[in-house]
Ligand binder design. Sequence first.
Ligand code: IPD
Ligand code: CA
Ligand code: CA
Length: 261
Amino acid sequence: MYEFIPAVMREAAKLMLSAHDIEGAVTVKPGDANFVTAYDMAVEDYLFRELGERLPEAVIIGEEAEENHTELLRTRLALLIDPIDGTTNFIHNYRYSSISVGVCDRGTMVWGGVLNPYSGLLYHAERGRGAYLESPDGRETPIRVSPRPLSSALAGFGTSPYYREELGEKTFRAVYSLFRAARDVRRSGSAALDLAMVAAGSLDVFLEYRLSPWDIAAGSLLVTEAGGVITQTDGSPLTFERPCSVLAGNPACHAAALGMV
Ligand code: IPD
Ligand code: CA
Ligand code: CA
């Protein structure tokens, strides 16, 4: 039903790959180190236009939009879009960012896609149909969360950089606990890709104390369709109506980490 979305995402990725003079295209948003580039705006405009034409009944919620009506999520079909997840990486030409598109039907995620434009790898899932990795040549492979226990886990985390005064210390305390319990820790710079990596079994658990609906919409469905668990850090269900904390992992690692973060 949403098979047209990946092609639109791959077209949008070309805008990111064509980027030059990114530093010159940066403006600062309110909040700590919260940047946006002209490319974030261009990718979002493109996705809003192309997806909005194909799904005229959907409410579109995007990180760079002037207004977002998340209160409509419970009653409407909605698209949750992060045009560039990993803007700081993008500005630094770190080449690890993503485009994230989620489809939410009256509060339930039904489709999610996370595309890494640099590798051309697209992680996508449809409710009840599993999660898949599509390579640039169109080959599809089913993905699953890992079976690893926390003691041999690779634990991903995000720093909630826009709330560093409030959450920085708490984050690094929790990460230290995970670091001691697991094999090692990783911080990638794109929460959407972190969740995709949990779904693909490369990361075993992932933690971030505050993420926005567009960061986690698509990735949350990837995790659950791949057999994983995703909740807030206190174990309560995620919400897409406002920012919230996120703990995702394979069932064993999620359960073990719940008591530690
Ligand atoms: C950010 C990235 C980052 C996470 C931040 C997010 P943005 O999204 O996902 O990994 O740590 O909390 O805000 O601003 O690059 O779209
Ligand atoms: Ca984001
Ligand atoms: Ca973004």
